[in-house]
Design a binder for this molecule. Structure first.
Ligand code: SAM
Length: 214
């Protein structure tokens, strides 16, 4: 998702209290950012934030960080956060960055879970390294994820899902569970819908999900 450039986005992001402007400076100190030792879960490519905001609301016992590389998209998540429904949430922060760099932002084992939701499919073979479930990205996640941590991935894109079921074990990870029809499976309990999930499941597309650990 890349929205039209929005000139005021950078100003809003810079001024917003929930955005961490120099996230590298918090490496190893995220518990201090939140002021508590609760587990930290991140969503990479959160888009307009529907999933992570609802997760933060449903799980006050967890700290959430939404990562999005485009300021125009992050702006939409901040606008949602600022509504009455979410504005008093203390257990969520946002970072505008490319996820390729998360090793510089989180210390080893600082993250307890990584969510990848409806990641861009990059269908051309020559762009495979850009897929967020590629072995290159799994190596990056390995650097920041706690020993018992996991990656949860959802998509409606069957080709990307098939690719991920092969690429993740290639990177030395285990597929703990998967389904190609999440909403009619026993993995559906507690499921929080993302924006893309709402849209594509309404069109009749089955939703795929996998959970991977080391
Ligand atoms: N997760 C949301 C959902 O399910 O509704 C949005 C899905 S959208 C297709 C993918 C989002 O991931 C886009 O907003 C894109 O900018 C972001 N993204 C893709 N690659 C990224 C990366 N390397 N680092 C940070 N964000 C990324």
């Amino acid at each position: 998702m890349r929205l039209r450039n929005i000139p005021r986005a950078d100003g809003v992001i810079d001024a917003h209290r929930a955005v961490i402007k120099k996230p590298e400076e918090q490496r190893g100190q995220w518990a201090q950012v939140f002021g508590n030792e609760k587990p930290i879960q991140i969503e990479i490519g959160m888009g307009k934030g529907q999933f992570i905001l609802n997760m933060a609301k449903a799980h006050p016992e967890i700290n959430f960080i939404g990562i999005e590389r485009y300021s125009s998209v992050l702006l939409r998540a901040l606008e949602k956060y600022d509504t009455e429904e979410f504005e008093n949430l203390e257990n969520i922060r946002f970072i505008c960055m490319d996820a390729r760099e998360i090793e510089n932002v989180f210390a080893p084992a600082e993250v307890d879970k990584i969510f990848l939701n409806f990641s861009d499919p990059w269908p051309k073979d020559r762009h495979a390294k850009r897929r967020l479930t590629s072995p290159d990205f799994m190596k990056v996640y390995d650097q920041v994820l706690a020993k018992d941590g996991c990656v949860e991935f959802k998509t409606d894109n069957q080709d990307l899902f098939t690719y991920s079921l092969e690429a993740i074990p290639e990177a030395g990870w285990k597929i703990e569970a998967f389904t190609r029809d999440l909403h009619h499976s026993d993995m559906a309990e507690g499921n929080v819908m993302t924006e893309y999930e709402t849209k594509f499941s309404a069109m009749g597309n089955p939703i795929c999900k996998l959970i991977a650990s080391r």
